[in-house]
Structure formats: C-alpha cells, structure tokens
Design a protein around this ligand. Structure first.
Ligand SMILES: OC[C@H]1O[C@H](O[C@H]2O[C@H](CO)[C@@H](O)[C@H](O)[C@H]2O)[C@H](O)[C@@H](O)[C@@H]1O
Length: 411
C-alpha cells in the first residue's frame, strides 16, 4: 500500500514538474468562447502537460485594447497568448514575441496573403492569423420574397426602398448595424465612406477625408436614422451582439454584421432559422461597394517565460491548424485564414456564403495602416458618433475629423 502511495506521489510530482500552465485571452461574441473551450479540451487531450486558462475579455474591441495597454505597460507576464485585433500588431509589436523564425512551423505559406500582411510589422512576423472578418449584409430572404424582391439590394438606395416598404408593412425595423461609440462604428463608417468614393488617407498617407463624398456618406448614415427612419435611434448604442439579437428575434429586415452571426441566426433556437440570406454590402452612388477587413490574430507575450512561450507556440499551432480552423468556421462561424479550408466541402455545407463570397473576404479593405491607428480611430469614433446623435452636422464632423487627423499625423 505504502509502495503505491509513494509511486502515486512520484507520478504527481514528476507530472507537476513538467506541466506548464498558460493563460490566453478570448472574446465572448456569439459562440466564440464556447467553441474555444471545446477546442482547448481537444488540445489538452493532445498535450496533457499543458494547461490553458482563459482570460475572458469584454466584447468591445476598444475596451480590450485599453486592457492590453495596461498589461503591457506594467510588463505583466500574463496573458501568455493574446487574441489581437488585426489593427493592433503594429502598435503592440514591441511587446510581442518575434515569430519570424517560426514562419514554417506555423505554415504561414498556406495562409491568405492579406492575413499574413496584417501580422507583418517592419518585415517581422509578430502573430499568427486566427480568423478573418469582413462586413456583410444579412437579409430576410422570406420577407424580400413576400414583398416581390428576387434579389438582395445592390445599392444603398435600393436597401432604403426595400427596408421602408417591408419594415412599415411588417411593423419591424428596416436596418440594424453598429453605431455605438467604439471600434465597430469605425468599421461601419468606412464601408459607407469607401462605397461613396471617399477615403481617410490616400496612398501616400495624406489625410483626404475632407471631401463631399465623405460628407455624403456620413449624411447617409444619419438619414438612415432620422430621414428614412429605417434604422432605430437606439443604433447609436449598438455593438455587434445588439444588432444580432434584434435581427435574430425577427425584428429587422436587414443587418450589417460579421460572418459569426450566420451560425447563430441559423441555430435551432433562432426564430429565423433558414430564412436568412447573406450578400456583399450594397454599392454607393459611384457604383463601388466595400467591406472593412476585420479579424483576429494570436500573439505571444514577450514577458512570458521560455517554457510558457514554447507551450504558447504549440497552442497557436494547434488553434490555427487546418482541422481547428474548419471546426471554428463551422461552429463559431469565423472565417478561416488558411486558403485550403475554403475548398473543404464541409465548409460549403455549413456556411455556403463563406465559399461563395470568398472575393469579399479577400478584397476587404484594411483600416488606415498607421502606427497610431488607435488615436486615429478615436477621432473618427468621436465625430461620427456626434453626427449620428445630432450633436453636430455631417459637414462639421468631417471637417473636424480632417483637422484632428492632420494634427495627429503631423500634416
Ligand atoms: O466577428 C466576430 C468578432 O467581432 C468583433 O470583431 C470584429 O469587429 C471589431 C469591431 O467591433 C473589429 O475591430 C474586428 O477586426 C472584427 O473582427 C469582436 O470584437 C470579436 O470578439 C469577434 O470575434
């Protein structure tokens, strides 16, 4: 008996000595947290000596950013693995482990080139692309058909016309999107801006937002709420999940959102299961359509210990493998960053739009690529939100954005 006890103690001790515990941040939008937990169980079966603890993060990308700033500023050794928005690698690069030498280990040659570009800072790889995102238009196929429309709206004007007619007749909202003052608002605003023919910066980095196209784009967003009345005033407080819940409850005809909403609106609990179509966002007056490039990448904390960094690399390799990307795409509705997964018949069956709209994901436009992007975003959020809540006019909002961006970027 004593012999077995000593043996058990030895096993526990040796196991304990070799076990590594690491921490990882995760968002909880849609099914992402639930799906990650399942993935970590699979990881643990493959690597019983690595324990992973999840640090849950707020839904808002802006709030998450601010938490990371405090972690890094304090030189925290946790979290070890960081879920990073595609807009942050340049800003956080000094605090992330350099993964350039591990390019082949992570098989980055197999990834969509745009996603690899987003993790490359001054020629160095600082993270691994986990999933990619692009703004999409969700619509109620059944309602469009009922009111005699055989296609999703191709232009913003067409969307307004359909939204007005159907929402009035059905007593529901026309179009919901992300209008709260946070990063999501910048994503939405840019889609209008680009599709109306405007931009924030030109190719040389010069601020060019002070244009009639930009004013028209912002005014169109304001008009959706107050003139056309197809968007509820409450939109100025909506993030992704607020819009998704309204749409999923059958209370809106159209919704702008990311791919993750697909698996939820089609889940067994969803009253609109099977009644939803997904299309590229509509075109602006100049005939251009645009989707903002979103997505998240996995980086490693530079302050973690060598053992934790090794375990973190194994975890990232596992989560970004072909099988796990397919699993995540099917179960959490988050788009693969590996090219080959798009050819998998299982993906086409679970989320046909991911395959059919691959062009939208590949051609999605990045937010301004500047080192102080967070400050740029803050300026845009502030004035666009002020226009949406009628504290300022669209003209003044755009003028002020231009003025502050020129100052920020030293122009
Ligand atoms: O698609 C699911 C993801 O949605 C959010 O991220 C996306 O929106 C952000 C703006 O709100 C944008 O900055 C990011 O690049 C997009 O991928 C959410 O923050 C994520 O947790 C979620 O996985």
């Amino acid at each position: 008996m004593k012999k077995y006890f000593v043996l058990l103690l030895a096993v526990l001790l040796v196991g304990g000595l070799f076990a590594v515990k690491i921490t990882m941040t995760s968002g909880g939008v849609g099914k992402e947290l639930e799906v990650l937990k399942k993935q970590l169980e699979m990881f643990h079966q493959q690597y019983p000596d690595i324990e992973v603890e999840i640090i849950p993060m707020p839904d808002s990308s802006t709030e998450r950013h601010d938490l990371y700033v405090t972690y890094f500023a304090a030189g925290e050794t946790d979290p070890d693995v960081l879920m990073l928005d595609v807009i942050w690698p340049a800003e956080f690069a000094p605090f992330l482990e350099d993964l350039t030498a591990d390019k082949d280990y992570f098989e980055l040659g197999e990834f969509l080139p745009g996603t690899v570009m987003s993790v490359t800072v001054n020629g160095r790889i600082v993270a691994v692309p986990w999933f990619t995102d692009a703004g999409l238009l969700y619509y109620r196929k059944d309602l469009l058909e009922k009111y005699g429309y055989d296609h999703a709206p191709r232009t913003w004007d067409e969307l307004v016309e359909m939204a007005k007619k159907i929402s009035q007749a059905e007593g529901i909202h026309g179009f919901v999107w992300q209008g709260a003052r946070y990063e999501g608002l910048v994503c939405d605003f840019l889609e209008y801006l680009w599709s109306f023919g405007g931009d924030v910066l030109d190719e040389s980095g010069k601020v060019v937002i002070d244009s009639p196209e930009a004013v028209a784009a912002l005014q169109f967003m304001v008009d959706l709420i107050y003139k056309h009345k197809v968007t509820p005033e409450g939109v100025t407080t909506y993030m992704e999940e607020d819009a998704r819940r309204i749409f999923q409850n059958g209370e809106a005809v159209f919704m702008r959102n990311w791919p993750y909403a697909w698996s939820l609106v089609n889940s067994d609990e969803s009253p609109i299961k099977g009644k939803v179509g997904v299309a590229p966002l509509p075109m602006g007056p100049g005939g251009r359509r645009a989707a903002t490039l979103g997505g998240w990448v996995l980086g490693i904390n530079k302050f973690s210990s060598p053992e934790e960094k090794e375990a973190a690399k194994k975890l990232i390799k596992f989560l970004t493998s072909y099988d796990q990307q397919l699993y995540k795409a099917i179960n959490a509705g988050q788009n693969p960053t590996r090219k080959a997964v798009y050819k998998d018949p299982k993906l086409k069956e679970a989320a046909p739009f991911m395959v059919e709209l691959l062009g939208v994901f590949i051609n999605a436009l990045p937010r301004p690529r500047v080192a102080n992007y967070t400050e740029v975003s803050d300026v845009i959020q502030r004035y666009v939100h002020a226009a949406l809540t009628r504290q300022t006019t669209s003209e003044d909002a755009i003028k002020n954005i231009a003025k502050e961006l020129k100052f920020l970027l030293g122009q």
